[in-house]
Design a binder for this molecule. Structure first.
Ligand code: URA
Length: 263
C-alpha cells in the first residue's frame, strides 16, 4: 500500500472520529466521558469488532483496554499479531450505561443506539477495507448476520460480511473471563480454533508488514505464538458477571474434561 493511500485513510479516519466525537444522536452521547472511535492500523487486514465501550474504555477513549482487552491482546499475539497490526472497533462508540441508583453501570447497547452508530461502523469498514472481520460476541455478530445468529452454533464459520468481506465470529474475551472450571479450557479451545481460521484466512492475503518483509511480527506459527498461547490460557478467571457483555451469558459450551489446550 502506498504512503499516499495510508495518509488518505488516516485522514478519513480522523475526520470520521471527529464526527463521532460531535455526535449526540443518543442520550449516551451526552452521558459518556469519551467517545471510543476505535484504533489501530489504517491499513490493517484484520478488523476486530466488539460490542461497545465499558467503563475503562469510556475513561480512556480507547477500545478494549480493560481486562477483556488484555485477553484480546493475548489472543492476537497467539496468531502472531500485535494490537497495532489490526484495527479494533465496536458496534457503538459510546458507553451504554444505566444508573443503578449508586453509579453508572454498563449495559448492552439497545437497537436504536446500534442503528444510530451503524453509519460510523460502515464508514470505518469502507475506509479500512479489511481482508477479514472478526466479530467478538453475539451482539457484534448479530449486527451483521441478523438476530437469529447463534454464537454457540455459528461461531467459527465464515460468512460473507459487508462489502463481501469474509466475516467470522468467536466468543467475546469478557465471556471467557467470566467462565469457571472446565468451561474455560473448552471455550478457549474453540476460540483458538477460530483464531487459527482467522490466521489462515489472513495468510491468503499478506499483511502490509509481511509485504514489507517484517515476517517476524506478522507470521503465525512461530515461538512467540507458543509463548503467547501459554500466557493467555493461564489468564486468571473469576470476573463476576456483569451487564457489560449482555448477551454472552446464555451460550455456554459443555464443560471439557481435558485440561490441556493448544497442543
Ligand atoms: N467490550 C467490548 O465489546 N468493547 C470494548 O471496547 C471493551 C469491552
Amino acid at each position: 500500500m502506498s504512503v499516499a493511500e495510508r495518509a488518505s485513510r488516516e485522514q478519513r479516519l480522523a475526520n470520521l472520529a471527529a464526527a463521532v466525537e460531535r455526535c449526540r444522536a443518543c442520550e449516551i452521547g451526552s452521558i459518556r466521558r469519551n467517545s471510543v472511535f476505535g484504533e489501530g492500523d489504517a491499513c490493517a487486514k484484520l478488523l476486530v469488532i466488539g460490542e461497545g465501550p465499558g467503563e475503562t474504555e469510556d475513561q480512556l477513549g480507547r477500545p478494549f483496554v480493560g481486562r477483556a482487552g488484555q485477553l484480546l491482546d493475548k489472543m492476537l499475539v497467539a496468531i502472531g499479531l500485535q494490537r497495532d497490526d489490526v484495527f479494533i472497533a465496536n458496534t457503538v462508540k459510546c458507553r451504554p450505561t444505566f444508573d443503578d441508583g449508586v453509579r453508572l453501570r454498563n449495559r448492552p447497547p439497545d437497537p436504536v443506539e446500534m442503528a444510530n452508530c451503524r453509519p460510523y461502523l460502515d464508514e470505518q469498514i469502507d475506509i479500512l477495507a479489511p481482508s477479514v472481520i472478526l466479530c467478538l460476541g453475539a451482539p457484534s455478530a448479530k449486527s451483521f448476520l441478523g438476530p437469529k445468529f447463534s454464537i454457540t452454533k455459528q461461531r467459527g464459520i465464515w460468512f460473507e460480511g459487508p462489502r463481501g468481506i469474509p466475516l467470522i465470529a468467536t466468543f467475546h474475551p469478557a465471556y471467557i473471563l467470566r467462565l469457571t472450571g472446565g468451561e474455560i479450557n473448552a471455550t478457549k479451545r474453540l476460540v483458538w480454533g477460530d483464531l487459527k481460521a482467522v490466521a489462515a484466512k489472513l495468510a491468503e492475503t499478506p499483511t502490509l508488514r509481511q509485504a514489507q518483509g517484517d515476517q517476524a511480527k506478522a507470521a503465525p506459527g512461530d515461538k512467540a505464538k507458543a509463548a503467547a498461547l501459554g500466557s493467555w490460557q493461564s489468564e486468571p478467571v473469576g470476573l463476576s458477571p456483569s451487564k457489560d457483555e449482555g448477551s454472552h451469558g446464555s451460550d455456554h459450551p459443555p464443560p471439557d474434561p481435558q485440561p490441556t489446550l493448544f497442543e
